[in-house]
Design a protein around this ligand. Structure first.
Ligand code: AMP
Length: 422
């Protein structure tokens, strides 16, 4: 019986992997220029790490976590997102010596969602976190990063949405008004949103149900109730973005699906993707989270992008991952098992500088040359009976249809010059 991969997961190889690696490579280079350092945290954490931070009333915690008991009956969860684990690590390792701490990560995330195009149960995210500054310039930097990441990947028509969710102060008055508005419309909301109304009314903004969306759209917005500091903070960010010529839309309904956000939130969407799965990445400020994890009361902000959706849209729009200049390549063909001592020496020599593979399963010479052509090799190096006897190697330039035989003992320089293209 052939076993399939679990629902909502995929194998990555060939073109799909090329896209993912391209996105990772590009983002790493960008993070380096903005002075962010990589952090690697475990793929699973104590369940509390997520339930406490993402929020008990969110869809992720209530329905989507892969939680399990280990052999000692501890409740563990495969990470559904990256921020909680990073904050746990920062607090546990007391990484506060030099603030702001600017980190990036990449890795697989897991959510038990209904799989569809662009929505999987295992997916890959790249994210950044800046911990220890509430300067609007830090918010600007985060938005700048996510914006440049997508433009460097080759996107032109993405939309950057931003909003402010205010602080605890702004929310006090607002929540009263918001609940007063909703209570008159409870009948129109889905059963889930009725529960949300009691537990965590802001989550109504995440609901995909059309009737709930209509009510949420028409409701009073937190961004219209900002305190003076939060208002000015947001103003400064929009001014900075204008200075940087980064275009954005202010979306008062944007609240994002995690409880930990305060003040700035942002999302990059494509209007060319189906509406439900149109977000390629997003993030926001989480000024209370480090404190909630038992660390000092320091502000922070971060974002994550999904490589799967990004790659899907790149392919849909015909954006190609441009390969970095690759090393020249030699396919080393040995015509008999008994030449293996010479073959090993040549493999070692070529692999110091060039991409080099050999014909483990020996076929006839013309089949091997055709294979090398098909797989984009630049040269074929041949060890036949004559070459082995005289310690020579014949090198064929695939594109120029030329070949030359060199003495292995005396002409290594000439071989290198030919392969390097000097
Ligand atoms: P979030 O962590 O929910 O803010 O999501 C950030 C980004 O991760 C999204 O914009 C998507 O690109 C990606 N993402 C989130 N959930 C999934 C999923 N189930 N499948 C594929 N990509 C996802």
């Amino acid at each position: 019986m052939v076993l399939n991969s679990p629902r909502g997961t995929s194998d990555f190889y060939g073109k799909e992997l090329e896209y993912r690696n391209f996105i990772i490579e590009k983002s790493k280079r960008l993070f380096e220029r903005f002075s962010y350092q990589q952090i690697v945290t475990p793929a699973f954490e104590h369940t509390e790490v997520f339930s406490r931070s993402i929020g008990e009333a969110t869809d992720i915690v209530q329905k989507e976590m892969y939680s399990f008991r280990d052999k000692k009956q501890r409740s563990l969860t495969l990470r559904p997102e990256g921020t909680a684990g990073v904050v746990r690590a920062v607090v546990e390792n007391k990484m506060y010596a030099d603030l702001p701490l600017k980190l990036f990560y990449e890795g697989n995330m897991f959510r038990y969602e209904r799989p569809q195009k662009g929505r999987m149960r295992e997916f890959f995210q790249i994210g950044a976190e800046a911990i220890g500054s509430d300067d609007p310039l830090m918010d600007t930097e985060m938005i700048w990063l996510i914006n440049d990441l997508f433009s460097e990947l080759g996107f032109k028509d993405l939309v950057l949405l931003i909003n402010s969710m205010g602080c605890e102060e702004c929310r006090k008055d607002y929540m009263e008004e918001f609940k007063a508005y909703l209570v008159q419309r409870l009948e129109k909301l889905c059963p889930e949103c009725k529960k949300r109304y009691d537990q965590n009314p802001l989550r109504i903004f995440d609901c995909k149900n059309q009737a709930c969306r209509v009510e949420a759209e028409a409701s009073p917005k937190i961004s219209e109730h900002l305190c003076k500091q939060c208002y000015q903070h947001f103003e400064k960010i929009t001014q900075n973005l204008n200075l940087l010529a980064i275009s954005f839309e202010v979306d008062h309904s944007l609240v994002r699906g995690f409880d930990y956000y305060t003040r700035t939130v942002f999302e990059v969407i494509s209007r060319q993707l189906e509406s439900a799965q149109n977000a390629l990445g997003g993030g926001g400020r989480y000024d209370k989270l480090v404190g909630q994890f038992g660390g000092p009361d320091i502000p922070a902000i971060g974002f994550a992008i999904g490589t799967d959706r990004t790659s899907l849209l790149m392919q849909q729009l015909g954006i190609k991952p441009l390969r970095p200049k690759r090393a020249r390549s030699v396919y080393l063909v040995s015509m008999d098992q008994k030449f293996s001592s010479f073959l090993v020496k040549l493999l070692k020599f070529f692999r110091k500088e060039f991409k080099c593979d050999t014909n483990f399963n020996k076929k006839n010479l013309s089949t091997e040359i055709k294979w090398a052509e098909k797989n984009d090799y630049d040269f074929v190096a041949i060890i036949g009976e004559e070459e082995f006897k005289n310690l020579m190697v014949t090198i064929k330039d695939i594109r120029k249809f030329k070949q030359h035989t060199f003495s292995w003992e005396n002409e290594k320089d000439k071989i290198l010059a030919l392969l390097r293209g000097n």
